[in-house]
Design a protein around this ligand. Structure first.
Ligand code: HAS
Length: 580
């Protein structure tokens, strides 16, 4: 089956653009570890200021790279699995909106007008083009859902009333519906708080309200990144590892997606445990739901392991009774056919085991007080979004680049090695930054001129071994990315050898449970939206009443220490003096 050429071009651009941007994203990641280890001791490097680079790193990697590729993978899943054409006009509109949005935000970031990091907490304020750019990126990414995927999904259901949509389509559909729900709070924050402040229409806004609205979006968004990776784990991986590859349980996979739909929303306050404006009871409720949202990942861990075991044993019957010997038959690193891409899945899964454990530690209310805002947190998310998600996205970008252009994958050995270097690099980074985090090393801090500088009065010699190990790990991961890039560019420039296609290996199903309750999405969408409202209305009310604070210590981006005392503290000091 051959995709329509205009649609093929859009999908190809949706792969090329984020991978090209990721070069800047990864570069600024490597700069981060160099600053933090004191190898760069300045406020800026090559004309890019520290927080400008950190903003580029976070926004490109976590927001732009993920969002555009999620649309590309969604298009591919819908096109190939439902065998229904996509509408070129819809696809072009979506892509152009995402492109214009990305360019606007990129202009603001590259010119230093948006050094606000990917969480854009006020009082940090960016040029209005940054917010509008982000909004256009989001709108563009939603267009295919309403005008292509949903109509095709409904048409397919009408034509196949007794069949279930393939698991890949089911996952993509649930994920994009979640996306539409989760962007509501951040759109409110941008439209009613940040844009008016940035344009000078209002003089002040409530920062606690802004942060609460941000995190109502900011945690669900991590599952928006994760679910496409899960959809590919279920739909594609088993067939990649074995000719007889099958998903162990279709019902368990669908249940996992529905549990994400329910539990992804009422959890955002676990990013705000330390904030004074919100009552503890709601923080506790969000903590409990956070343990709930780990359950579908546990289900996935068991489903994927069972699928791997079943698929390998189906191909090697002599291993049928083995407990662990079948592990040796997984093509962890292979250049045979499409098997090179298995490296990305397996390295990602191993990293996510650590990401999951550290996530549960983060969620644990009082343990969070030890790790919050420390180097522990970047250690956690470089094994989740920077681990499983990035690796599967990179692997599948290269995989589909070959398919879409009709070219053989070049430098396959480098492509297969790249994720393992990424894993080794981030294992070192993760161990170092986790230990440093427990010792109190802060995140989001230019340690180059301060804590990692022996000439500084606040030099922290105790953190240096971990900071240097972090730099070694980050650099190794960066080299892994370069290997991937060599293969990607060589493939792009290679001559065409076969017909362009969008076909990919799809796993059959071993246990195909019916589970009718999971076939209709509408009741689950309604239920999850209500739960979102119930979990958020009281805390939002709280922050409008109690979250307003009028004085905070002075802020200076040249030092990690507060430069002035808040007004209230100064008044306390005066009282002390007058008492004496
Ligand atoms: Fe997180 C902070 C809690 C998952 C991303 N997280 C972050 C931040 C990011 C992020 C970016 O509760 C920083 C935000 C910022 O800038 O401030 N996170 C969790 C929990 C989970 C979790 C409970 N996070 C993710 C995922 C992310 C992500 C997924 C991106 C994609 N996270 C937190 C908390 C914070 C936080 C607090 C705030 C910290 C603070 O104080 O600031 C869970 O969903 C994790 C569940 C995962 C599992 C693992 C399942 C394992 C699998 C692999 C199986 C392996 C196999 C291989 C099968 C239970 C699926 C077998 C091999 C064979 C050979 C057989």
């Amino acid at each position: 089956m051959r995709p329509e050429s205009s649609v093929r071009t859009v999908i190809l651009l949706e792969i090329l653009l984020p991978v090209a941007l990721l070069i800047f994203g990864v570069y600024h990641g490597v700069m981060q570890v160099l600053y933090r280890a004191g190898i760069i001791k300045d406020m800026s490097f090559l004309g890019i200021e520290y927080y400008q680079g950190l903003t580029l790193h976070g926004v490109i990697n976590a927001i732009v790279f993920t969002t555009i590729l999620i649309v590309a993978f969604g298009n591919i899943m819908f096109w190939y699995l439902l065998k229904k054409p996509l509408r070129p006009a819809v696809q072009w509109v979506a892509f152009l909106l995402m492109l214009v949005g990305t360019l606007m935000a990129a202009w603001a970031m590259f010119t230093g007008k948006a050094n606000v990091l990917y969480t854009f907490y006020p009082p940090l304020i960016a040029h209005w083009t940054f917010y509008l750019g982000a909004a256009l990126l989001i709108i563009g990414s939603i267009v295919p859902l309403f005008f292509d995927w949903l109509p095709n999904y409904l048409a397919w259901k009408r034509e196949n009333p007794d069949k279930k949509v393939p698991i890949g389509v089911y996952g993509v559909m649930v994920n994009h519906i979640m996306w539409v729900i989760m962007v509501v709070p951040v759109v409110i924050e941008v439209l009613f708080q940040l844009l008016p402040l940035s344009m000078g229409l209002v003089a002040e806004i409530n920062p606690s309200l802004a942060r609460t609205l941000f995190w109502a979006f900011g945690h669900p968004v991590v599952y928006f990144w994760l679910l496409p990776a899960y959809a590919m784990l279920y739909q594609i991986l088993p067939r990649l590892v074995s000719e007889k590859g099958a998903l162990f349980s279709d019902g368990a996979a669908r249940l996992a997606f529905i549990l994400f739909l329910i539990f992804s929303f009422p959890v955002g306050l676990h990013h705000q445990y330390t904030e004074p404006g919100i009552t503890n009871s709601y923080k506790l409720i969000h903590a409990l739901f956070t343990f709930g949202v780990a359950v579908p990942s546990f289900i996935t861990a068991f489903s994927v392991a069972a699928s791997l075991e079943y698929s390998i044993k189906a191909q090697y019957p002599h291993l049928k009774d083995s407990l662990f010997a079948w592990w040796t038959k997984i093509p962890y690193i292979s250049t045979q056919g499409d098997k090179w891409v298995v490296s990305y899945y397996m390295a990602g899964l191993f990293m996510f085991l650590i990401g999951g454990i550290t996530g549960i530690i983060n969620a644990s209310y009082n343990l969070n007080l030890v790790v919050h805002n420390t180097a522990w947190v970047p250690a956690h998310f470089h094994t989740t979004v920077g681990g499983l998600v990035t690796l599967i996205f990179l692997g599948m970008s290269l995989f589909f680049l070959g398919r879409l252009t009709g070219k053989e994958i070049r430098a396959k050995a480098l492509a297969a090695l790249a994720p393992w270097l990424w894993l080794v690099g981030f294992a070192i980074f993760n161990i170092a930054y986790s230990i440093a985090g427990i010792e109190g090393m802060p995140r989001r801090t230019n340690m180059g001129p301060s804590y990692s500088n022996p000439d500084s009065p606040i030099f922290a010699a105790d953190w240096m071994p971990e900071a240097i190990a972090g730099a070694v790990g980050g650099t190794i991961a960066g080299i892994g990315f370069v290997l991937f890039l060599v293969s990607f560019v060589a493939t792009l420039l290679a001559p065409k050898t076969k017909e362009e296609t969008l076909e990919f290996p799809t796993a059959s199903t071993y246990h195909d449970e019916r589970m009718p309750a999971l076939q209709r999405l509408t009741p689950w969408v309604v239920f999850s939206s209500l739960l979102f409202l119930i979990a958020y209305i009281p805390p939002l009310y709280d922050v409008t009443k109690r979250g307003v604070f009028f004085d905070s210590p002075g802020y200076n981006d040249k030092s990690p220490l507060p430069i002035t005392k808040p007004q209230s503290a100064k008044e306390e000091d005066k009282k002390e003096v007058s008492k004496r």
